[in-house]
Structures are given as C-alpha cells and as structure tokens.
Design a protein. Structure first.
Length: 281
C-alpha cells in the first residue's frame, strides 16, 4: 500500500514539475531572485549599521572610563599631598576597578571593530554581486525576449504555432464543409433532373413526363418557326407564289435594311419613284 502511495506521490510531483515548467517565465524568476538579493543586501547593511552603533556606544563608555580613571588618579595624588593617605588609597582602589572595566570594554571594542570591518567588506562584495547579477539578468531577459519573438514569428510563418494551427484547421474544416455542401447540391440537382426526386415548388399533381414532353414540344416548335422565317428571307418575291408572299418578303427585306433589286420591281413603280425624287429620268 505504501509503494502505491509513493508512486502516486512521485507521479504527482512529476506532473506538477512539468506544469510549473510550462507556466514558469524565466524573466519573472530572474526578477524575483534580484529582489531577494537586494533584500539580503539591505539586511547586511542593517547589520553593519547595528554593529557600528554598538561599537560607537562602547567607544563612548571607554572614553568615560578613561576620564574616570584619570580623575581618580588625580584625586589620589591630591589626597597624598594633603596627608590623606586613606583617601588616596580609596581613589587608587576605584581607579583599579575602572581600569579593569576599561580593559574589558577595550576587548569588546576591538571585537566589534573587527565585526564591523568584516560586515562592511561582505556588504561591499554582496553589492558588487548584486550589481553583476542585475546586468546579467537584463542580458538574459533581453536574449530570452528576442528568442521568444523569433520563435513566435517562425511558428507563424511556418504555420506550426498553436494560433496558426487553429486557423489552418478552421480553414480546412470550412473548405471540407463547402465541398460537402457543393457535392450535396449537385447530387440533388441530378436526382431532380432524373426524376428520382420531385421539385416541391411545382404544383401538386404535376406529371413529370408530361412536363418534359411539353418542354420538348415548345423547343421543337420554336426552332421550326425560326428556321422557316430564315428560309423565307432567302427566297425571292416571285418564288413565294403570290402577292402575299411578295409582301412578306418585302417586309423582311425592309426590316433587314435591304431594298429589292430593280429587276424584281415593276417598271411603272420605278418611273413613279423617279418622278417623286425630282423628275430625273
């Protein structure tokens, strides 16, 4: 049971790491690291300031103890000059205690001075590292941004990016749908033409065979009449067999913009036409 739980936990960590890798932005990680280093540098600087403050307080205490020791020594000298040996002994005793305290403070003062120097040097080194990391961070971010832009442009040009892939799939689906609809429309037209399917817009009870016969008859009759008219236009007026035919031929000739030949018209009509135009023989 424990082995199954361990495997599940391992699998969960693997999946979580992969998800984090996909969601992680190196630029954000670099910025966060830079902020952490700045915070550490501030802590070191505050530590240096605290040590310097402690050393300064010790310096003041050392200075006061030195003044106290000098004062006690002067009092002992003054007491001896006035014949007060007991006072001189008391002053020297106190000076000895002050000197003992002064020695301890001097040791502590030296230790604090050494700590301050070490922390100051560490702060300077850390600041130099932070500045170097900042320059490196900006360089890496610029390189990453350029590489990311280049990758996106290349994917867009080649069509392998997610966005362009989706666009390509959408176009392909639209083309497939269009082809399918065109094929269906063509098939329906063929079925209606062959009589397998009926046109719902036609009147109810219409005979499709009769409709085809009527269409063929209308086409045939129209073609025959047009052919007869064309043949009549080619025949002379005398060949039509009568005045009615001549009149029809003349109408056809006038409609076409061609007047009849002189030999086809009567002599009297020619003279009458000349006299109407001015009497020219």
């Amino acid at each position: 049971m424990s082995s199954i739980a361990d495997r599940i936990a391992t699998l969960f960590r693997i999946k979580a790491n992969k998800a984090l890798d996909r969601a992680e932005d190196p630029r954000d990680v670099l910025d966060h690291s830079y902020v952490q280093q700045q915070e550490l540098l501030q802590k070191v600087r505050r530590g240096v300031a605290d040590v310097a403050t402690s050393r300064k307080r010790v310096d003041l205490q050392v200075h006061r103890l030195r003044q106290s020791a000098e004062k006690l020594e002067g009092q002992a000298q003054q007491a001896l000059s006035v014949g007060r040996e007991d006072l001189a002994r008391e002053a020297l005793t106190r000076r000895t205690a002050v000197n003992s305290q002064l020695a301890e403070l001097q040791v502590r003062q030296a230790s604090l001075q050494a700590d301050e120097e070490k922390l100051s040097l560490a702060a300077q080194r850390l600041q130099a590292k932070v500045e170097s990391f900042r320059s490196q961070k900006e360089t890496i971010k610029a390189t990453y941004t350029a590489a990311e832009a280049r990758t996106r442009i290349t994917e867009a040009v080649t069509g392998i990016g997610e966005e362009m892939g989706d666009v390509g799939m959408a176009v392909q689906r639209a083309q497939d749908r269009t082809d399918q609809l065109q094929a269906r429309a063509g098939a329906l037209d063929e079925l209606i033409a062959s009589g397998v399917l009926e046109d719902a817009t036609l009147p109810a009870g219409r005979d499709d065979i009769q409709a085809e016969l009527e269409a063929a008859t209308a086409t045939a009759s129209g073609g025959v009449e047009a052919e007869l008219a064309r043949l009549r236009a080619r025949l002379p007026a005398s060949a039509t067999g009568g005045p009615a035919a001549a009149g029809a031929a003349g109408e056809l000739g006038e409609a076409g913009g061609v007047r009849g030949a002189p030999e086809d018209r009567p002599e009297g009509s020619e003279k009458s036409e000349r006299s109407e135009r001015g009497g020219t023989p």
